[in-house]
Design a protein around this ligand. Structure first.
Ligand SMILES: C[S@@+](CC[C@H](N)C(=O)[O-])C[C@H]1O[C@@H](n2cnc3c(N)ncnc32)[C@H](O)[C@@H]1O
Length: 355
């Protein structure tokens, strides 16, 4: 966690590791945790962020748990973003995306023009205060995503974090039309949503609506066909190891949570066609057993299957598969069907794990 972020949060919310701050934030985190996971209907629309105590818990604990999820995605999109690049963020809340994109840009010698939108003025003010404390420029605008009315120059990146799942499914047609207007022809829309069944499916449904509307899936999907996980009533997410700052560990101890793994259902889409071949994406933690390595993969033809390498078939050409991680992209040749729902790599089959 970047030290300047922790210092800025402390200036706004008090010394983060002080027992009184931890106790206050823990109360808010406990209420948010309950509302965001179990009482979602009451929390829909984000009215909870109108409450100063819950907004403070969100802008500290939840912001620190969500901003870093942007960094691997931005690393992968970096080569596609012009310099300077513009971002319009939808449902930006108290500033997670402003901080995440702004600190990434600063660390990578990039310049970003960030416009944060939300339908609650209290969020815009809270985001402005945090951006000022970090010396990050930001513009803010009220925008209701259930009836979006947008005029302005197209952006290089439209960002949606943890907001799609708060919108009714009926909002998707309007969101696709908004993104059509909002994003430049070579630009991207990037969504990161909670990794739980219901919000994940909600995000994947928006992905499907976008590809049906002519957008191409760039990441992490290896195809722009309908999501096979969603069609099967399933879902899909990525996970990243996370080193919590001390104040989060203290809040976790008070609340009984333990946030040392960050997870999200995420996708990046563009109207530009993806370059480079990806044959498959690993979509579940690979199983490394005694006699074989086996992974659930999403294939470029839009189907799901298992890819497996038997120990006796290992060769210098295919051994890379052994170390493929969750969400690794793969290029492979020569796999043969081996019973229902499995492709088996032969000794002569080649596997490349994409960077
Ligand atoms: C869980 S917060 C996410 C905030 C921030 N994007 C993040 O990831 O930390 C959901 C945000 O979506 C906003 N939101 C919910 N419904 C909305 C709508 N109809 N129009 C615009 N924003 C909305 C809420 O006000 C809230 O700020």
């Amino acid at each position: 966690m970047p030290e300047p972020l922790l210092a800025a949060l402390a200036r706004l919310h008090g010394p983060l590791e002080a027992p009184t701050t931890v106790a206050r934030l823990a109360q808010g985190v406990a209420a948010l945790q309950m509302g965001l996971t179990q009482d979602r209907a009451r929390f829909a629309g984000g009215s909870y962020l109108e409450r100063a105590d819950l907004r403070a818990a969100y802008q500290t604990y939840y912001l620190c748990a969500n901003a870093p999820k942007l960094w691997p995605a931005l690393d992968r999109l970096a080569a596609h973003l012009p310099e300077p690049f513009s971002v319009v963020e939808l449902g930006g809340g108290p500033g997670t995306g402003v901080v995440g994109v702004g600190l990434w840009a600063r660390a990578n010698g990039r310049t970003v023009q960030h416009t944060l939108t939300d339908h609650r003025a209290a969020n815009l003010q809270a985001a402005q205060a945090l951006a000022a404390a970090l010396d990050l420029p930001v513009q803010t605008r009220l925008l209701d995503l259930t009836a979006p009315d947008w005029a302005g120059p197209p952006a290089d990146l439209a960002l949606m974090m943890n907001v799609v799942n708060e919108l009714p499914a009926t909002a998707d047609a309007g969101l696709v039309a908004l993104l059509d207007r909002l994003v430049s022809p070579d630009g991207f829309a990037l969504a990161l949503e909670p990794a739980a069944a219901e919000p994940s499916r909600r995000a994947l449904a928006l992905r499907d609506a976008l590809v049906a509307g002519g957008w191409h899936a760039h990441l992490p999907c290896p195809h722009s066909r309908p999501c096979p996980a969603l069609a099967a009533g399933d879902w899909c997410h990525a996970a990243w190891a996370f080193e919590r700052p001390a104040f989060m560990a203290a809040v976790d101890r008070a609340v009984g949570t333990r946030r040392d793994l960050l997870q999200a259902t995420w996708f990046a889409v563009s109207r530009a066609t993806p370059q480079g071949r990806v044959d498959a994406r690993v979509v579940a933690e690979p199983r490394r057993e005694k006699g074989r390595t086996r992974a659930r993969v999403c294939l470029a033809d839009g189907s799901l299957t298992h890819l497996e390498l038997q120990k006796r078939d290992r060769s210098p050409e295919n051994i890379a598969f052994n170390d493929a991680e969750l969400h690794a992209g793969l290029r492979f040749t020569g796999a043969d069907p081996a019973g229902h729902d499995t492709l088996r790599l032969p000794p002569g089959g080649a596997v490349e794990v994409l960077p």
